[in-house]
Design a protein around this ligand. Structure first.
Ligand code: GMT
Length: 383
């Protein structure tokens, strides 16, 4: 198949899923055309089946807000026309699904029918999308997509709850490449960061409010009172200054380390003992899956799709959003040497269920189905 992939090229979960999916499809022999405003962070390898088309957005003094959606739609039109794509797969509804709708209509004037699959990732539905400023366009463009997927059952339900959607939504969960995400021997790093063999707790995110990083720090502060431990914070974002202040206020000193936006997060995960994800909203929790693949059990909230990933009492524990006390109790239980080895093994076993080799065929079969359905519709005589 010749597939166009549109996504945010950033470190965020949806961009990572889209890029890793494209790379895996290319390895299977499909021709994959990425259409983004800058090179996706994870598109860091050469493969003869991968093509990259940058969307450039010309500025003009009149434009307070340059019309990115128009530049994107025009780029989609050109790529579909000249590369003869079979399908466009857009990740994150805003503004990709509506730009794809526009491209599809324009392509009809060239007598080209291209099916569009939209994947919903989370905040495009649970936060931004349902805002009245965007809702009508989001509803319309989801309904006009030829196929719609969501990354968890919970996100599917949320989408039906908040939008008047007539389409069937297919759930295809996030996935992981277990060849890349596995526990590696990084003992030198462990010795450097935890010279007295302290336990290592970790949180990785874009430091947005929705991640409830206050709870991360509160849980850590309580655990540290009972077990010598350190907290590693990977990523960066709007909550950074506030969290730094909170750590100073709680006198956590050098026991909290901000590591910034790391590319090779699996290397740090390899030396960690516990991952904290107390999010307010989380459609799936890709960062937790990455941790589990590296044998790091997870203390998570029960938000969104997290219970579909983290199995309570097996790969970690689940607590109600904001229930710091319960999270502390569970963290101490896991970190007990009598329990930790089993949780590490179980976390990895659970992660293996989301290996890319199991999920990729589901996307391929879905694309095939959507292409065939769309061909059949286009062959129907116009009455
Ligand atoms: O977690 C984030 O804030 C980034 C966000 C995104 O839009 O890229 O991630 C979302 O999509 C990921 C991939 O499908 C999911 O694993 C994350 O759970 C989801 N984040 C939220 O729902 C908050």
């Amino acid at each position: 198949m010749k597939i166009g992939i549109v996504c945010y090229p950033t470190f965020g979960g949806s961009g990572v899923v889209a890029t890793e999916l494209g790379k895996a499809l290319a390895k299977e022999g499909h021709k994959v055309h990425f259409i983004t405003y800058t090179q996706p962070a994870r598109l860091d390898f050469f493969n003869e089946n991968v093509f990259y088309h940058e969307v450039s957005i010309p500025t003009y003094p009149l434009f307070q807000y340059p019309p990115y959606e128009l530049a994107l739609a025009s780029k989609m039109v050109n790529v579909v026309r000249y590369e003869q794509l079979d399908l466009l797969h857009v990740h994150y509804a805003i503004p990709h699904a509506s730009a794809a709708y526009m491209a599809k209509q324009i392509l009809r004037t060239y007598d080209i029918r291209i099916p569009v699959v939209t994947t919903l990732h989370g905040t495009d539905i649970t936060l931004v999308g349902k805002d009245a400023s965007y809702e009508p366009v989001v509803t319309f463009s989801i309904n006009e997509s030829d196929g719609v997927t969501a990354v968890s059952e919970d996100l599917k339900k949320d989408t039906y709850r908040h939008f008047a959607i007539r389409r069937e939504i297919e759930v295809i969960p996030n996935f992981i490449d277990l060849e890349r995400f596995r526990k590696q021997k990084k003992e030198h790093f462990k010795t450097a960061i935890a010279p007295n063999n302290e336990k290592l707790l970790i949180h990785t995110s874009n430091f947005r409010k929705v991640k409830r990083m206050d709870d991360v720090v509160k849980v850590f502060a309580e655990v540290r009172k009972k077990i010598p431990s350190k907290l590693l914070l990977v990523g960066d974002g709007p909550e950074r200054a506030h969290i730094e202040n909170m750590c100073r206020h709680l006198n956590l000193g050098d026991d909290v380390r901000f590591l910034g936006k790391l590319d090779a997060v699996e290397e740090v995960l390899s030396v960690c003992d516990l991952f904290l994800m107390p999010s307010e909203k989380e459609s799936f929790g890709l960062a937790a899956l990455e941790a589990m693949a590296c044998e790091v059990p997870v203390i998570s909230s029960d938000a969104g799709g997290l219970p579909e990933l983290n199995v309570d009492g097996y790969s970690g524990f689940i607590s109600p959003v904001g229930d710091v006390e319960n999270m502390v109790k569970n963290a101490l239980y896991i970190l007990d040497e009598a329990n930790l080895p089993a949780f590490k093994t179980q976390a990895k076993q659970r992660a293996a269920e989301f290996d890319i080799s199991a999920i990729l065929p589901r996307y391929e079969a879905y694309y095939q189905r959507i292409i065939e359905e769309s061909r059949a519709i286009n062959l129907q005589p116009v009455i």
